[in-house]
Ligand binder design. Structure first.
Ligand code: PLP
Length: 279
């Protein structure tokens, strides 16, 4: 079967999947999502992703139509039907279909969508060399902890990244680094791994939590605090974490070389540790 879609309980080919133009996800971005990838055909950290989906739903008073066990069944079934070597599962819940009005009624039934596509991991040579990033002003709203489909600021940032031919945008809010447009950002300062604290300014990344746990278990000191844009350029190492990027060294930011311009020892250690955790 090619790319698989699931809408409100039914599986179908992606090309046949449709939702109403009156869906509030389409009209207002009134919805939430998750992205889960597989390793050796198994979804990684599915419990953490489904827990975050529940948290996002709760934050928007969105009725979560399935229990975690039901979601896990649907995800496994989608992966089985798509039958790719590795898959990327996208889950979206929007408030549902209703005549356009900003305020909503509790009667609306959520629209539930899942797609399963082939996942192509990053080229090993990109992992080995590290990537370039650019800083962009963080113009997002005040609840970045909710994984909302309202992604306009991220869309604009990623388009700038594409035009600049770099890999990721590092978002800066009032001089402080928050996260990437599609990843969390960590820096290494004198052997300590530092990353922005959980809270309304960042998405609590599933990979971020795994990597912080890994750092602790390796005896590396960690600090959850904001670093300034100036500290970012001066860091010994900078890396990104995320479902699609895993642990990825950033070796140049805004044209400035980070450390010695190659993935640093702590980044390499955490990347290797991460690989063994997912395998
Ligand atoms: N921050 C943002 C803004 C993201 O969009 C993502 C992933 O899509 C992440 C962080 C990383 O989160 P995770 O590790 O759960 O994929």
């Amino acid at each position: 079967m090619p790319n698989v879609a699931f809408i409100n309980g039914a599986f179908m080919p992606l090309a046949e999947a449709k939702v109403s133009i009156e869906d509030r996800g389409f009209q207002f971005g009134d919805g939430i999502y998750e992205v889960i990838r597989t390793y050796k055909g198994r979804p990684f950290a599915i419990e953490a992703h489904l827990a975050r989906l529940d948290r996002s739903a709760l934050a928007l008073s969105l009725t979560q139509p399935y229990s975690r066990a039901e979601w896990a069944d649907h995800v496994m079934e989608g992966i089985r039907r798509a039958a790719y070597p590795e898959a990327k599962v996208y889950i979206q819940i929007t408030r549902g279909v209703a005549p356009r009005d900003h305020a909503y009624s509790d009667e609306v039934t959520p629209t539930v969508v899942m797609t399963v596509r082939e996942f192509h991991p990053l080229d090993r040579s990109v992992q080995a060399a590290g990537v370039e990033a650019m800083t962009i002003e963080d113009i997002r709203w005040g609840r970045c902890d909710i994984k909302s489909v309202n992604l306009l600021a991220n869309v604009l940032a990623r388009q700038q990244v594409k035009q600049a031919q770099v890999f990721e945008a590092i978002l800066v809010n009032a001089g402080l680094v928050t996260e990437g447009a599609i990843s969390n950002v960590m820096v290494v300062q004198g052997g300590t791994v530092v990353t922005a604290p959980e809270g309304p300014r960042i998405l609590p990344g599933v990979t971020r939590a795994v990597v912080l746990d890994l750092a602790l278990s390796e005896g590396l000191p960690i600090q959850e605090r904001f670093v300034s844009q100036a500290d970012l350029y001066e860091a010994d190492e900078v890396f990104l974490t995320g479902t699609t990027v895993e642990v990825l060294a950033v070796v140049r930011i805004d044209g400035k070389v980070i450390g010695d311009g190659r993935p640093g020892p702590i980044t390499q250690r955490l990347a290797a540790g991460f690989t063994s955790r997912v395998g």
